[in-house]
Design a protein around this ligand. Structure first.
Ligand code: ARG
Length: 466
C-alpha cells in the first residue's frame, strides 16, 4: 500500500467542518483500507446498482449515471490489474474508490453518494462478501462429503474397532465411520444454506440509519444485487452483523468437526495404531529423525480451529456492548471474518485431500477390531437370543468369559467350548459364529447401524443428496 499519510489537510471526503487533519495516530487507528480493500469488487458492484437505481428514479441524470458506471468499471480493472494506489488518508475502500472516481469523472462522482451512507454501504459490501464465501464453503463441503462417500463405498465391508472413551468398544466398518463424518459435514452444509437464506436481504438504502427522503427503490437494488428482498428496518440494517457472526459460528462448528477428524488421523497414522498411512503430499519428514512421517497438515487443521474460535469470540465481544445503530467498533468485524474464512477454506481443502489420498491398512484395522474382546456384546446378545437369558444375566456371564480369556491371554473366540460351558452350560459351539468381527458387524442391521448393507443404504441416501 502506498503510504500517502498526510496529516496537514483534513479528509477530503468528510473534512468539511474540520479545520485540521487527523493526528497520525488517529489516522492509523481509524483506517481500514489495509484490510477492507478486499471488498473492492463488492463495493463497485453495490455502487453501480445504487447509481443505476438513482438514475431510474430520476434522482440523478442518466448522463451522470453513465459517467459513474464507466468510471467505476475503470477503477475495477485498475484494482484487478494492480494499478490502483490505495491511500490510508482516505481511510477505507469506500472513500478510496469514490476519490478515484472524482479524479476520473469530475463532479458527477459527488452524486454517487446521494441517498446512502458508508453505514449501509459497508453493510452491503460485507454481506455480499460473506454470501459469496458461504457459497464457496457450501461447494467445498460438498467436495469433502464426496471424498468420504467414495471412501465409504470402497470400505463398506472393512472392519475396524469402534471406540468409546478411545477404548475398543465394538467392531464397526470403516465405511460406517466415514459416513459418521458425512453426517457431520452434511449438518455443516445445511447450516451454511440456512445462513445464506438469513442474510439474503439487501441493506443498501438504509442510509445512515433512518432511511432517506429521496424517492429510492430498494427493491430494485435488492434485485440487481441478487438479494431476495430489502431488509425491513433501517436501524437494524446498519447495526446488524449477525450474518458475520453466523458465518463465524458455522466456521467454528465445521472447524471443530475438521479438528476431530484431524485428531483421528493423527492417532490412526501413528505406528502404534497404523490404521492409515498418509500420502507424501500431506505429511512431512523430520529434519533429524529419518524414520518419521509427520501428519503436519492434520495438526495444522486442528490448530486453525483454535484460531477460528478466537475470531468468533472476538466478534461476539466486539458487538456485545454496542448501542444501536452503527458504531466504529464494527469496523473490526472484517479481519476476524477474513482470517477465519482463509483458515476454514484451507482446512476443508487439506482434509479433503487427506481423506482422498490416505491409504487404509485394512489388515491392521481388522486385527485391532478383533482384539480387546470387542465381540463381548455379541456373546451377551447370543445368550439372550439362543439361551433365553435376561440381558443383565447375559452381561454377567460374558464378563466372566472376558475375565477368563484375559487371564489366559487369548481372545473370546479362542476360548475352548469346555471353558465357555463351565461358565454357562447352555453355550454351544454355534456361539463361535457370532464371535468373529465380520459376524458382529453383519448382525448390526438396525437402521443406521454398522452392517455393510446398512452402510450401503446410508451411502445411497447421501449420494442422492450430494
Ligand atoms: N470503514 C468503515 C467500516 O468498516 C465504514 C463505515 C464507516 N461509517 C462511518 N460512519 N464512519 O465500518
Amino acid at each position: 500500500m502506498a503510504d500517502t499519510t498526510d496529516t496537514k489537510s483534513s479528509n477530503q471526503m468528510w473534512g468539511g467542518r474540520f479545520a485540521s487533519g487527523p493526528d497520525a495516530i488517529m489516522e492509523e487507528i481509524n483506517a481500514s483500507i489495509g484490510f477492507d480493500k478486499k471488498l473492492f469488487a463488492q463495493d463497485i458492484r453495490g455502487s453501480i446498482a445504487h447509481a443505476t437505481m438513482l438514475a431510474h428514479q430520476g434522482i440523478i441524470s442518466a448522463d451522470d449515471k453513465d459517467k459513474i458506471v464507466h468510471g467505476l468499471n475503470t477503477i475495477l480493472s485498475e484494482i484487478e490489474s494492480g494499478n490502483f494506489e490505495f491511500s490510508r488518508r482516505l481511510e477505507d475502500i469506500h472513500m478510496n474508490i469514490e476519490a478515484r472516481l472524482a479524479t476520473l469523472i469530475g463532479p458527477a462522482a459527488g452524486r454517487l453518494h446521494t441517498a446512502r451512507s458508508r453505514n449501509d454501504q459497508v453493510a452491503l459490501d460485507f454481506r455480499l462478501w460473506v454470501k459469496e464465501e458461504l457459497e464457496k464453503t457450501e461447494k467445498m463441503l460438498t467436495g469433502l462429503i464426496a471424498a468420504f462417500l467414495d471412501r465409504a463405498e470402497e470400505h463398506a465391508e472393512s472392519v475396524m474397532p469402534g471406540f468409546t472413551h478411545l477404548q475398543t468398544a465394538q467392531p464397526v466398518t470403516f465405511g460406517h465411520h466415514c459416513m459418521a463424518y458425512v453426517e457431520m459435514f452434511g449438518r455443516d452444509r445445511s447450516r451454511v444454506r440456512h445462513a445464506i437464506e438469513h442474510l439474503d436481504e439487501s441493506p443498501i438504502g438504509a442510509a445512515a440509519l433512518a432511511g432517506t427522503g429521496y424517492p429510492i427503490d430498494r427493491h430494485m437494488t435488492a434485485k440487481a444485487l441478487g438479494f431476495r428482498e430489502p431488509t425491513r428496518n433501517s436501524i437494524d440494517t446498519v447495526s446488524d452483523r449477525d450474518f458475520a457472526i453466523e458465518f463465524l459460528s458455522i466456521a467454528a462448528i465445521t472447524g471443530m468437526h475438521l479438528s476431530r477428524l484431524a485428531e483421528e488421523i493423527v492417532i490412526w497414522s501413528t505406528p502404534q495404531f497404523g490404521f492409515v498411512r498418509l500420502s507424501d503430499a500431506f505429511s512431512t519428514g523430520s529434519s533429524i529423525m529419518p524414520q518419521k512421517k509427520n501428519p503436519d497438515a492434520a495438526e495444522l487443521v486442528r490448530a486453525k480451529t483454535g484460531r477460528i474460535n478466537g475470531s468468533l469470540v472476538a466478534l461476539l465481544t466486539i458487538m456485545k456492548g454496542l448501542p444501536l445503530a452503527y458504531s466504529k467498533d464494527m469496523q473490526e468485524d472484517k479481519e476476524q471474518v477474513f482470517d477465519a474464512a482463509e483458515s476454514l477454506e484451507l482446512a476443508i481443502a487439506a482434509m479433503t485431500g487427506m481423506v482422498r489420498d490416505l491409504t487404509v491398512n485394512t489388515a491392521r484395522m481388522k486385527a485391532a477390531a478383533g482384539s480387546g474382546f470387542s465381540t463381548a456384546t455379541d456373546l451377551a446378545d447370543w445368550l439372550v437370543r439362543e439361551a433365553g437369558l435376561p440381558f443383565r444375566d447375559a452381561h454377567h456371564v460374558t464378563g466372566r468369559a472376558v475375565a477368563l480369556a484375559e487371564s489366559k491371554g487369548c481372545d473370546l473366540a479362542e476360548l475352548p467350548l469346555a471353558d465357555l460351558q463351565a461358565i454357562h452350560p447352555d453355550i454351544t459351539d454355534k456361539v463361535y459364529d457370532v464371535l468373529t468381527v465380520e459376524a458382529s458387524v453383519a448382525s448390526r442391521k438396525s437402521f443406521g447401524g454398522t452392517a455393510p448393507s446398512e452402510v450401503r443404504r446410508q451411502i445411497a441416501f447421501w449420494r442422492a443428496r450430494n
